[in-house]
Structure formats: structure tokens, C-alpha cells
Design a protein around this ligand. Structure first.
Ligand code: SF4
Length: 295
């Protein structure tokens, strides 16, 4: 029996479901029950009808699934699957900024730790950041940890956006520079990229937004400025169109820690289980649920 069949059998035997992010390799996407962006995965995680969720993504995504499913076992196949951007922000920094800007609301990107989420007013993803910010009654918003997404939101709202911290970013997306991306097709740019790259884009969109944009477009050739494996997702959905990574070195090392072999081990030995202290989970859940009420 090959690894794929073994994983399928274990899934059935243990009543498990595999959720995978768009940045996973094609083989991991193909074994998953559902593939999506952070917002789609968070929504999916709320309605999972299974005892075990195996999360093929990075740590903050598995944490979000656990926060929304406190009674389910949530597993991440590798402890090394983490998001570097999340490490730019700490709960202490949020306290400090709140003291400095007492009138402001705190909006945190889903790419943040559970401890930070517990201190936020509301969470957002790159798919709904503008709507979430506009839904607030405060005119000043502390937005973190991604300063590029903060800059993108600032171009789409009348509110004052203060990045929290000033230098938070994703190395995968900031290394996609105006000078190294290809331009020989419709250029789709993720809002985690620099504002300079966003300015020359044909469309700025989350990965889920890119899927929707391609579905409506008559164009045949797209340059994809985000993590390289997003083209695997697009190629599976639109086999008659061509997708090219804007830069072939745009690879998220955290995402690539997930493999078929550690998914198999994760299911077999029920490792590594995500656990979040109840007081943190309760406050983080409130902030995530507020986001889900907006969009
Ligand atoms: S691509 Fe960047 S923001 Fe996304 S998980 Fe990887 S390090 Fe984090």
C-alpha cells in the first residue's frame, strides 16, 4: 500500500479531516479534504464534522482551528511549521501601543500567535482586512503584525492606520521586489508584498481573492506574486490557464515543513496536538468570531 492510500485509510479509521493552505505542495493539496486561504480555512474549521483535524499549514492556522474547535483534537504534522511574521509581535507590545493610543482599536492579522489574538479587538485576514477595519467605530486603528498589509488597508480606508510594530513583514513576500518579478502576464500581487509592488499590480488580492479573480477573467496567462505553490492551487482549479510564479524563490519554509510522510505519522501517532490555555482561547475566540460576523 502506498503512502497516499495509507493516509486515506487512517483518515477513515480515525474520523479525521485534513485542511490544507494554498501554499502547500501539490501532493499535500491533493490529499487534503479542503484547500483554501486563512479565511476559508477558519470558516471551514468552524463546521468540521470529524473527531480529528490535521492541519497542513503553519502553527497560527492550526491554533485558529483549535480555538474554534475546543472539543476536537487538532494536530499539526511538524512543530517546525511556523510563520515568521507572527514572531514580530508580542502581547507586551500590544499593551504598550494601547497605552500610547488609548482611543484606538486593535486589529490583528490572523498571522499572529494565540496569545496576541487574545489581546485584539478583532482579527482579520488579507481577504477581509478592509471590511474589518471599516466595521469599527474608532477612527484610529492599530494594525499588526504586517506593515505591508497595514499600508494596503490605509490606501482603502479613511481611518488612521498605525502599524504595530512598524517593521513586521513576511520575508517571502517582501523578497518579491519590483526588480525581480516577471511581468509577462496579468500580475496578481498579494497585499503582504511591498506597496511599490502593489502599485504596479493588475490586481492586489489575497490567495482566495486571486482564485475568484482568475475565475472571472478571460486572460490565459497570470503571474502570481505570492508563495510559489499558489500556482499549484490555481493550476488544479483552472487547467486551461497558465500560472507562473512571479519569482521562483518565493518559498515559505514553514509551510514546506509539511509532507505526506509527516501527515501520515501525525495521523498514526496523533501528533503534534495543539493545546491552548482556556483563558487565552476564550479571548482569542471572541476576536476571531467578531471577524467572522463582519465577513
Ligand atoms: S508566507 Fe510569510 S506570512 Fe505566510 S506563513 Fe509563510 S512566513 Fe508566514
Amino acid at each position: 500500500m502506498n503512502l497516499i492510500e495509507k493516509i486515506k485509510n487512517l483518515k477513515k479509521e480515525k474520523d479525521a479531516i485534513i485542511l490544507a493552505h494554498n501554499y502547500q505542495t501539490r501532493e499535500v493539496q491533493e490529499i487534503a479534504d479542503f484547500v483554501g486561504d486563512s479565511l476559508e480555512l477558519a470558516r471551514k474549521a468552524m463546521n468540521v464534522d470529524a473527531k480529528i483535524i490535521v492541519f497542513a499549514g503553519v502553527d497560527f492556522m492550526a491554533e485558529t482551528a483549535k480555538i474554534l474547535n475546543p472539543d476536537k483534537k487538532v494536530l499539526i504534522p511538524s512543530r517546525l511549521a511556523s510563520c515568521e511574521m507572527a514572531s514580530y509581535l508580542s502581547p507586551e507590545m500590544i499593551d504598550e501601543y494601547r497605552k500610547k493610543y488609548p482611543e484606538a482599536k486593535v486589529v490583528l492579522y490572523v498571522n499572529s500567535t494565540a496569545t496576541c489574538k487574545a489581546k485584539a479587538d478583532v482579527i482579520c485576514t488579507s481577504a477581509n482586512a478592509v471590511e474589518v477595519v471599516n466595521s469599527l467605530d474608532s477612527n484610529t486603528v492599530l494594525f499588526g503584525p504586517d506593515s505591508n498589509l497595514a499600508a494596503y488597508v490605509a490606501t482603502k480606508t479613511n481611518k488612521k492606520i498605525i502599524p504595530l510594530p512598524a517593521n513586521g513583514h513576511c520575508y517571502v513576500h517582501t523578497n518579491l521586489g519590483v526588480e525581480n518579478v516577471r511581468r509577462d502576464g496579468i500580475l496578481m500581487v498579494h497585499p503582504e508584498c511591498s506597496i511599490e509592488l502593489q502599485k504596479i499590480a493588475d490586481v492586489v488580492a489575497s490567495t482566495g481573492g486571486m482564485v475568484k479573480f482568475v475565475a472571472k477573467s478571460n486572460a490565459k496567462r497570470f503571474i502570481v506574486a505570492t508563495e510559489r505553490d499558489m500556482v499549484s492551487r490555481l493550476a488544479r482549479d483552472f487547467p486551461d490557464k497558465e500560472f507562473i510564479p512571479a519569482w521562483s524563490n518565493a518559498i515559505c519554509l514553514g509551510m514546506k515543513q509539511i509532507t505526506l510522510s509527516n501527515i501520515y505519522n501525525s495521523l498514526k501517532d496523533e501528533i503534534y496536538e495543539i493545546e491552548i490555555p482556556e483563558d487565552i482561547a476564550k479571548n482569542a475566540r471572541r476576536a476571531i468570531e467578531r471577524m467572522l460576523e463582519v465577513k
